[in-house]
Design a protein around this ligand. Structure first.
Ligand SMILES: Nc1ncnc2c1ncn2[C@@H]1O[C@H](COP(=O)(O)OP(=O)(O)OP(=O)(O)O)[C@@H](O)[C@H]1O
Length: 247
């Protein structure tokens, strides 16, 4: 993706989104920088998922602007939206694998949907490489039902990585996992950033995950960005609202 001079991959300006008379996002200003993990924190129902759904146009925002690279998402045409979606990988809370497909078929489906023109051998190499990157090369012919929750998350990440996105959006990547597996997934998020030099927005309530992955944190409150800053700045902030997340 073409990177802007100040290394902003996503620029969000005065973003507003309501459902009926419920204002969920009420003027969000936020940037995602090059090669950073940006954690979005906020109470349940504060609009974190709505925000990342707006970023991939799964939801249409009401007002404001979202720029992804050179593309402005407001009134984007279908063709450009396809290009934007090629740049952004989205790891849903549930990993969302197709249960009737093997791991290989799940990854092949993702790859062939977004990137055309690979030979069978190239596809296979990419799939094997993606599975190796998440430490799951032996699962290639398994069905999702044969995998644990942590393994499914890894396969979900492999499926996201196989198309080599510049940006990954993680929605609650460690929810429902035991502390050890959660820590492994958090480390994997960091390894991915180190290896592929991509940028990520991570929504999580898991403070250990926040402490492991966050380069910067944005806290959402009342539909706005309440504070944005480094992990260190958040940990040392004496604002009681902020501290309630870290205690
Ligand atoms: N498609 C929709 N239609 C109507 N209301 C919605 C829709 N999607 C989200 N909302 C509402 O928007 C608000 C914010 O939801 P969202 O899922 O973004 O919260 P969240 O911060 O991600 O919460 P959690 O941490 O619990 O996942 C909620 O009140 C939710 O009911």
């Amino acid at each position: 993706m073409e990177k802007k001079a100040n290394n902003v991959l996503i620029g969000i300006n005065d973003l507003k989104k309501s459902f009926g008379d419920q204002k969920v996002l009420d003027g969000i200003n936020l940037e995602l920088h090059d090669n950073e993990n940006l954690v979005v924190l906020g109470k349940s129902g504060s609009g974190k998922s709505v925000l990342i759904k707006c970023i991939v146009s799964l939801l249409k925002h009401d007002e404001g602007s979202i720029k992804v690279g050179e593309y402005e998402l407001t009134d984007i045409n279908e063709e450009d939206l396809i290009e934007v979606r090629k740049k952004i990988g989205f790891l849903f809370q549930s990993a969302a694998l197709y249960d009737s497909m093997t791991v290989r078929e799940n990854l092949t489906f993702a790859l062939s949907r977004l990137k055309e023109g690979f030979s069978e051998e190239e596809m296979n190499n990419k799939i094997v490489e993606a599975l190796e990157n998440v430490g799951m090369p032996d699962s290639i012919d398994k069905m999702p039902s044969e995998l644990s929750g942590g393994m499914k998350k890894r396969i979900g990440l492999a499926r996201t990585l196989v198309v080599n996105p510049d940006i990954i959006l993680y929605d609650e990547p460690t929810t429902g996992l035991d502390p050890v597996t959660s820590h492994e997934i958090s480390n994997l998020i960091n390894d991915t950033k180190g290896k592929f030099k991509n940028s990520s927005i991570i929504i999580t309530h898991d403070i250990n995950c926040v402490k492991t992955v966050a380069d910067r944190i944005a806290m959402i409150k009342d539909g706005k960005v309440y504070k944005v800053g480094s992990l260190e700045a958040f940990i040392n902030d004496d604002d009681s609202y902020i501290q309630s997340f870290f205690k």
